[in-house]
Design a protein around this ligand. Structure first.
Ligand SMILES: NC(=O)c1ccc[n+]([C@@H]2O[C@H](COP(=O)([O-])OP(=O)(O)OC[C@H]3O[C@@H](n4cnc5c(N)ncnc54)[C@H](OP(=O)(O)O)[C@@H]3O)[C@@H](O)[C@H]2O)c1
Length: 403
């Protein structure tokens, strides 16, 4: 898809983007107001209405009022004061452990890492400057030292290790998760939390690598924040403060249930599973109808990820339709309804499968097998060897930055 209008609009958009100042302390209003103005109606330019009190905002998202917390209300000095008597024991050093742990450390908080001594994470933590005996311990020792226990083990490992961890979560400690998985599906995971501790959640909406890279750029990732159990009356405030400390910019209030349902659903749908299925279907039809691998790949993945999706992310779908040729606009608007109607029953099946625990059961059973890494590697190898992704490798090698 290409047109003069499209190219011109892209140039306008990139010029406008270039004038946006560094976003380190950008407010919600300015973030919304820096949207490129192309083809937008006056009403769509109005920032969402909001009422602000210290520490909490009510933001009107398309007519529904929701609570959002922001980083601006938790400057570093306030965080240091708030957690001055706490030891944050971060258990697990995968993607989130790495991102959240390094951000906490850079924020100056008293954070220690707990991982098993013979595992890959121990070596990774050492490479990131965590020192054995000082701020790197095995899991049990870290939990015993922590006042706030941040359970960032894999979801399957949270269930496996729970019988050993639970007795160490004594009164006065706080239990933190980045996914509602373990407590919400407690019938399957057996993670029944002690009744005398605060249980909170901060779930960054992105990979731990992005949690880290946005923090280093002086920005923050969007996160969900929730309380499962509030014994002290301070659970929500603590969750928000921790959310900011680990690198969140905005924290959207939700519940453990809503977080886990939407997260499992999204990653199986538009974020990965669904989009991969759609890429494969479109690519295969193009190939079966005589198009070359490069043409099929460019028209399916390359143009999507390199041009259109970032623009949709920056400006919305209405903007994208307005920015493309009239030919593309007519066809895309017409076909979107048929895709939606065809896919909606699949999404409903998926939501049911999440809600009734089937996805959790599958994940626990599969990811608890001793050879789960090898099995995944075999599946990934098969995906890597699909023609579409081999073609993609060749296409990417021609990008200017890879020459
Ligand atoms: N990844 C994301 O993008 C993302 C985003 C938001 C929320 N979350 C949530 O954040 C939490 C952590 O996820 P993650 O992706 O960062 O980590 P992960 O890759 O799922 O888990 C890795 C950690 O679990 C440890 N582990 C695995 N099996 C273990 C066992 N039997 N005993 C002790 N440790 C074990 C690993 O240690 P070894 O190296 O020793 O095996 C490693 O430190 C999860 O609740 C996840 O749902 C993840």
């Amino acid at each position: 898809m290409a047109s003069k209008t499209f190219a011109r609009t892209l140039r306008t958009a990139s010029k406008q983007k270039a004038t946006v100042p560094a976003i380190s302390r950008r407010t919600f209003v300015s973030a919304v107001a820096t949207r490129p103005l192309v083809a937008a109606s006056r009403s769509s330019l109005a920032p969402p209405s909001q009422q602000q009190t210290r520490g909490v905002k009510t933001v009107d998202f398309a007519g529904v009022k929701e609570t959002v917390y922001e980083r601006e209300d938790w400057p570093r000095e306030k965080l240091l004061e708030y957690f001055k008597n706490d030891t944050l024991a971060l258990i697990g050093y995968g993607s989130q452990g790495h991102g959240q742990g390094l951000n906490l450390r850079d924020n100056g908080l008293n954070v220690i890492v707990g991982v098993r001594k013979n595992g890959a994470s121990w070596k990774e933590a050492e490479q990131d400057g965590w020192i054995p005996g000082k701020n790197l311990f095995d899991v049990d020792e870290a939990i015993s030292k922590g006042t706030i226990v941040m359970n960032l083990l894999s979801d399957a490992a949270q269930s496996e290790t729970w019988p050993a961890i639970k007795p160490q979560l004594t009164k006065g400690k706080t239990l933190y998760f980045s996914h509602g998985f373990s407590p919400v599906f407690k019938d399957l995971t057996k993670v029944e939390v002690p009744t005398d501790i605060d249980v909170i959640l901060v779930a960054p909406k992105g990979s731990g690598r992005t949690v880290r890279s946005l923090f280093r750029e002086g920005r923050g990732i969007n996160s969900s924040v929730a309380v499962y159990q509030d014994v002290t009356g301070k659970a929500e405030e603590k969750a928000v403060a921790l959310g900011v400390a680990v690198g969140s910019g905005y924290l959207y209030k939700t519940t453990f249930e809503k977080e886990v349902y939407s997260d499992l659903y999204g990653e199986r749908g538009c974020l990965m599973g669904g989009i991969h299925g759609m890429f494969l279907a479109q690519y295969e039809v193009l190939r079966e109808r005589g198009h070359s691998p490069s043409e099929a790949f460019n028209e399916t993945v390359e143009e999507a990820t390199q041009s259109l999706y970032p623009l949709i992310g920056a400006n919305g779908m209405d903007w994208m339709y307005a920015a493309c040729s009239t030919t593309a606009r007519r066809g895309a608007i017409d076909w979107s309804g048929r895709f939606k109607d065809t896919l909606k029953p699949v999404f409903n099946d998926l939501y049911d499968s999440v809600r009734n625990g089937s996805e959790t059961k599958r994940s626990l059973e599969y990811n608890s097998q001793p050879d789960y890494r090898e099995k995944y590697e075999k599946e990934l190898e098969e995906i890597r060897n699909l023609e579409i992704w081999r073609a993609g490798k060749a296409v990417r090698s021609l990008r200017p930055e890879n020459q």
